[in-house]
Ligand binder design. Structure first.
Ligand SMILES: Cc1cc2nc3c(=O)[nH]c(=O)nc-3n(C[C@H](O)[C@H](O)[C@H](O)COP(=O)(O)OP(=O)(O)OC[C@H]3O[C@@H](n4cnc5c(N)ncnc54)[C@H](O)[C@@H]3O)c2cc1C
Length: 202
């Protein structure tokens, strides 16, 4: 099994063929038809955990980006002062801090409200963090030029790993679907409340 052109077997991802496998009944977890519940229990904290690690990757990428930008000159200036690089650095820092607060809020919601009630928060961070972190790593690669895609920095591997995270534990679109749908339903129920009030008033 290759992930982003890297051979992942046997330590990472692999294809497993189940050929005529029989599993004893007493090995069943939780109960018949309840497999999805098990995966749901794992997915909430798992997604938050992925986002925490992604923020660490963003910190690393920004650190490398700035260090490269101040240590290399082109056209008589440090790279950081060329083009829109100051703003790229500023936006990355602002977004890392915003992501950190969002993930903290999602984790707090999970502690206080529980898995089910906190799920929209979990979907929000999973929709936002890997996509933005991918972009920050991409910008760090750009600041390094050819070095950024070589084996001399960890950036290429970091990018591949973040990019797959936009699929693993659900693609971005599905997380946006949950967040958007929850927003629309809340608006619809408040519209219902208003129309009920209007009927009552009339
Ligand atoms: C490195 C890696 C590790 C993984 N690890 C695990 C794991 O540990 N456990 C596990 O269970 N799975 C794991 N997965 C699988 C992952 O959860 C699925 O790949 C992912 O949910 C997408 O499903 P799919 O590949 O079948 O694509 P599809 O379901 O075919 O989706 C393809 C594309 O269609 C679009 N799409 C799908 N649904 C919607 C929608 N509702 N609205 C809008 N667009 C949509 C999206 O763009 C999506 O990327 C892993 C995947 C990768 C790449």
């Amino acid at each position: 099994m290759h992930v982003f052109a890297e051979d992942h077997a046997p330590h990472g991802h692999m294809h497993i063929v189940f050929d005529n496998v029989r599993v004893p009944k007493e090995n069943m977890l939780l109960g018949e038809g309840r497999g999805f519940e098990i995966s749901q229990v794992r997915l909430g904290p798992g997604r938050i955990h992925h986002c925490m690690r992604s923020i660490g990757q963003a910190e690393k990428a920004l650190d490398l980006l700035v260090k490269r930008g101040v240590s290399r000159e082109a056209f008589g200036k440090q790279l950081v002062w060329l083009g829109g690089n100051v703003e790229i650095i500023s936006r990355a820092r602002i977004d890392i801090e915003a992501m950190r607060l969002m993930v903290l809020k999602a984790a707090k919601a999970m502690d206080v409200l529980g898995n089910r009630e906190a799920r929209v928060w979990v979907h929000m961070v999973k929709a936002m963090v890997p996509e933005r972190v991918c972009q920050i790593i991409d910008q760090a690669i750009q600041m390094h030029g050819a070095l950024g895609v070589s084996q001399k920095t960890p950036l290429a591997k970091m990018y591949a790993s973040q990019r797959t995270l936009r699929l693993a534990d659900g693609p971005d679109e599905v997380h946006h679907l949950v967040v958007g749908r929850s927003e629309i339903r809340a608006a619809e129920s408040s519209v219902d409340d208003v129309s009920e009030t209007m009927v009552w008033r009339s």
